[in-house]
Design a protein around this ligand. Structure first.
Ligand code: ATP
Length: 235
């Protein structure tokens, strides 16, 4: 079976500024893989290039063995890639339930809706289903953004800094829920982060990114060694 996701010599730029440089990474089915790096390292750019919001200047993104070149972000979502952008981007004037309905539109298996699972992982979303998303806390909005991707029934979740602007205890809760849903639903996860705790709580293994390049790969044994990874983060 091919890896769920493969980036092969992936480079990307904004106008003439090259930001992502020759990135090679692989995510196997069922893994939770992190990419860590400081502000400006290129993590969001990597995510945008994988989901198709930014065209690579060179290199390839393969999803379940297929080259994604020429496919739109929408087509990638329809193929089973769920994307949770930095800053969450929930629709503030829609209710929780309406936000989830938008996410469900890409579910390929309409017979199996995932609301029950989402409400199990994030009970606050069920409690607040009729509340406008914009009135909720940062952590609750993050849960909603994850829930909105999940009801689309993704095989792969791309998460861009889910810890940002969220209080530490809630970051921990979200990370734990993501691990649970990875184990129970089998959803593969690629996340980018600069939060040490979130990386240690979530990742099976991790890549380190500096100035748009992958400079190290950290296996499970070294992930709990703060000294081994702190230099890649702003800690
Ligand atoms: N739309 C854009 N146009 C031009 N340059 C950009 C754009 N977005 C990001 N950049 C630049 O690309 C580089 C990488 O940014 P990126 O957002 O990918 O980093 P990041 O690792 O996600 O950082 P952060 O944690 O701050 O989000 C930075 O130098 C940034 O200024």
């Amino acid at each position: 079976m091919p890896p769920v996701l493969e980036c092969d010599s992936l480079s990307a730029s904004y106008d003439t500024t090259l930001v992502l440089r020759d990135v090679d990474l692989t995510v196997e089915e069922g893994e939770i893989v992190g990419v860590m790096g400081k502000n400006g390292a290129g993590k969001s750019t990597l995510m945008k290039t994988i989901i198709g919001l930014l065209d690579p200047t060179s290199g390839v993104v393969r999803y379940e063995g297929e080259d994604l070149a020429g496919t739109s972000a929408n087509e990638r979502a329809n193929a089973g890639i769920g994307y949770i952008p930095q800053g969450r981007d929930v629709f503030p004037s829609l209710t929780v339930e309406q936000n989830l309905l938008v996410g469900e539109s890409v579910n390929r298996d309409r017979a199996h809706d995932l609301y029950e699972e989402v409400y199990d992982y994030f009970p606050i979303l069920e409690e607040r289903r009729d509340q406008k998303a914009g009135t909720m806390s940062g952590g609750q909005q993050q849960m909603l953004a994850i829930g909105r991707a999940l009801v689309g029934n993704p095989d792969l979740l791309l998460l861009d800094e889910h810890s940002e602007g969220v209080q530490p205890s809630i970051v921990e809760e979200i990370s734990e829920n993501l691990r649970e849903l990875n184990a129970e639903l089998g959803t593969t996860v690629l996340f980018v982060e600069q939060n040490l705790g979130a990386i240690q709580d979530m990742a099976d293994r991790c890549y380190a990114m500096e100035r748009g390049r992958i400079v190290d790969e950290i296996g499970p044994n070294d992930l709990q060694d703060e000294d081994a990874i702190a230099s890649y983060l702003a800690v």
